[in-house]
Structures are given as C-alpha cells and as structure tokens.
Design a protein around this ligand. Sequence first.
Ligand code: HEC
Length: 129
Amino acid sequence: MLQTKAWRNLIISIAVTIIAVVVLTRSIQPAETPPSNQSNQTPSSNTSSTSSSTTQVSGVNLYNTYCSACHGSNGSGASGPALNIGSWSDSAKVQTIVKSGKGGMPGFQGQLSDPQIKAIGDYVAALKK
Ligand code: HEC
C-alpha cells in the first residue's frame, strides 16, 4: 500500500515537472522569434549585424552594413567614389541615389525602409568634409 502511494507521488511529480517544462518552453518561444519581415536582406558587405532588427535606423550602422564595402568606412571611398566630400553634404541628394542607384551602384529602395534611407542620407551628409 505504502509503496503504491510512493509510486503515485513520484509519477505525479514527474507529470507536474513535464507540464511545467512544456508550459515554460511554450511561453518562452514566441519572445525569441524576432519580427523578421526583412531578414533576407543581403548586404553586399558581410558585416552581418546579428541582432539588428527592422526597427534599427542608426545611420552609422546602416552605412557600415550597406555602403562601406564600396564607399569605405567614413565615406573615404573604395570601389565606389568618396562620399566625404562637399557635394554630398545634402542628405536629400544622397537619399535619391540610395533609392535609385547610380551606374554600378544598386538602388536600395524596397530593401531599405524610408526611415533607414533617411538615416543613411543624414549620416553621409554629416561625414567629415
Ligand atoms: C556595390 C557597391 C556599392 C554599394 C553597396 C553602394 N554604392 Fe554608392 N556607388 C557605387 C558606385 C560604383 C558609384 C559610382 C556610380 C557612377 O557614378 O556611375 C556610387 C555612387 C554613389 C553616390 C554618388 C557619388 C558620386 O560622386 O557620384 C552616392 C551618394 C552613393 N553612391 C551613396 C551610397 C550609399 C549611401 C550607399 C549605401 C546605402 C551606397 N552608395 C552603396 C557603388 C556602391
């Protein structure tokens, strides 16, 4: 009799543990999946910003991810022309090129959101001239 009771208690506590684990993992999972509506953007540089989400509009981070491979860090120029020069002190002009592209440069409209493009434009416009 006593043994049966002990077994039952054991089984109950195992069951409770399993249920607790299931409930816990279920409640944790949704929080771990980030909103990934733009997750398959392929920046030409492979600076993968692991935790960057679509909400990120930091000009410097976006520039380093999408532009620096061709325009150098700080706009110093590389395969693409330098951007740290006076003619690119106008954010709106930069944004137009980022959207539509130019010559060998791809356009980023559709890949980057308007706030992101604006953040990049502002960043490039403010680069040390
Ligand atoms: C794949 C390489 C590449 C990437 C990535 C790239 N560009 Fe360019 N970009 C170029 C090239 C090449 C030109 C020159 C195009 C031409 O004049 O025919 C250019 C031109 C420009 C110009 C005009 C410069 C001038 O003197 O005519 C601006 C402004 C510019 N890029 C900004 C950006 C920004 C901002 C980004 C990031 C969103 C970016 N580019 C990403 C290659 C690139």
